[in-house]
Design a protein around this ligand. Structure first.
Ligand code: GN1
Ligand code: MG
Length: 360
């Protein structure tokens, strides 16, 4: 990034005053993120990853439409739309992003006084995370226009099976033979998982706005640890929004790490499940259909299964999608996610009865 003149990039945006400082905001595997300080306020400036997001214009258009809708809802409820919803800062020409060569840049308002958390290590954080995503979805329950599909077939298991079948035929890294047992995990649940997706295809489960990256760190909290705002809207798309619940359960409830080599440590913490579900249903229960309620708990199994498939497929493909720290990293991840899936399956009846109890 050193050869990019960030001051020059920043000049293209409609900030409120001259820029005095630009610093890197760490982390982030996908985009490069900076904090821009002007004489009056602070902003987030991001270089969007064009490999992951081939159509940045469509992505920014999704974000603009969704945040416009959210702001109207927050305003009507007497909240502060500038603090409770992400604000896209356009360029001086009024565009939602600035293109410079092969790089795409976008800016948003920095929400002062906000904090983030990485791990849901207390019941309250799990509950608050559920409320944050539940409220986000409730405010978008009447957003019915289709959104651009920014990543093809993201949680569409039919599409994942197409990629999977091809990966097995090609066996690009010559690793297929050594993972026969793991391949069996995928095949034995194929019909069940396809059955879930068919309900989305047939409209039994409605398509809604789905965030698609509901980890805890994508929620901003205020100084009293109340939810302020859901961020990282790059992957908002139309699909079943149950998957936002499922992916949160996959990440919040794991007693081990996503890539834990010690499978003894990996399981689903049913108490954390309950706290997250409680917060989520409090906010979202009223806008859910009967079939969404019935399949809410299953979405955790579906998303975790999909994650086993994606890690294992990437191992078979020779690690072309996920960054790996060592040669069997994707295989270790697949095994750990499979252990989590088994733990969810063993506790599925309990998950279902918790959901039913909370909805009643
Ligand atoms: C990727 O944004 P990040 O790193 O949290 C992936 C998710 C996976 C996750 C697994 C765009 O998410 O779908 O669940 O890794 N995002 C994309 O850790 O592929
Ligand atoms: Mg993300």
């Amino acid at each position: 990034m050193s050869n990019i003149d960030l001051n020059h990039i920043a000049e293209h945006f409609a900030f409120d005053a001259p820029v005095v400082d630009i610093t890197t905001l760490g982390q982030g595997f996908i985009n490069d993120t900076y904090i821009v300080t002007t004489e009056k306020s602070r902003y987030i400036l991001q270089r969007k990853n064009h490999n992951v997001f081939p159509d940045v214009a469509a992505m920014m258009d999704n974000i603009q439409r969704v945040t416009t809708h959210l702001k109207a809802k927050v305003e009507a409820a007497g909240g502060d739309p500038m603090r409770e919803v992400l604000t896209v800062i356009p360029t001086k020409e009024g565009a939602l992003y600035h293109r410079e060569g092969d790089n795409f840049w976008a800016a948003s308002l920095y929400i002062e006084g906000s904090v983030t958390h990485d791990v849901a290590d207390t019941p309250r954080l799990a509950y608050m995370g559920g409320r944050g995503i539940g409220r986000f979805q409730a405010m978008l329950a009447d957003f019915t226009e289709p959104l651009a599909e920014v990543i093809k077939g993201f949680h569409n298991i039919r599409w994942r099976f197409e990629q999977w079948d091809k990966a097995l035929v090609e066996d690009r890294a010559g690793r297929k033979a050594e993972v026969a047992e793991e391949i069996g995990w995928i095949e034995s649940r194929r019909a069940q998982m396809l059955g879930f997706w068919e309900m989305v295809e047939q409209g039994v489960l409605p398509r809604r706005v789905t965030h698609n990256d509901t980890k805890l760190s994508n929620i901003l909290f205020d100084e009293r640890d109340e939810v302020l705002c859901v961020i990282d809207l790059d992957t908002v798309m139309s699909s079943t929004s149950l998957n936002d619940f499922g992916d949160a359960i996959r990440s919040y409830t794991n007693t081990g790490a996503e890539d834990d080599a010690d499978l003894e440590r990996v399981s689903m913490d049913i108490a954390i499940f309950r706290h997250y579900a409680e917060g989520f249903i409090e906010e979202r229960g009223a806008t859910m259909t009967a079939s969404e309620k019935e399949w809410l708990a299953f979405s955790a199994l579906y998303i975790t299964y999909e994650q086993v498939l994606r890690f294992l497929m990437d191992y078979i493909d020779g690690d072309s999608y996920y960054k790996v720290a060592y040669p069997t990293h994707n295989l270790v991840r697949a095994r750990a996610q499979h252990k989590l899936l088994e733990s969810m399956e063993a506790q599925y009846d309990k998950m279902q009865s918790i959901v039913r109890e909370l909805i009643a």
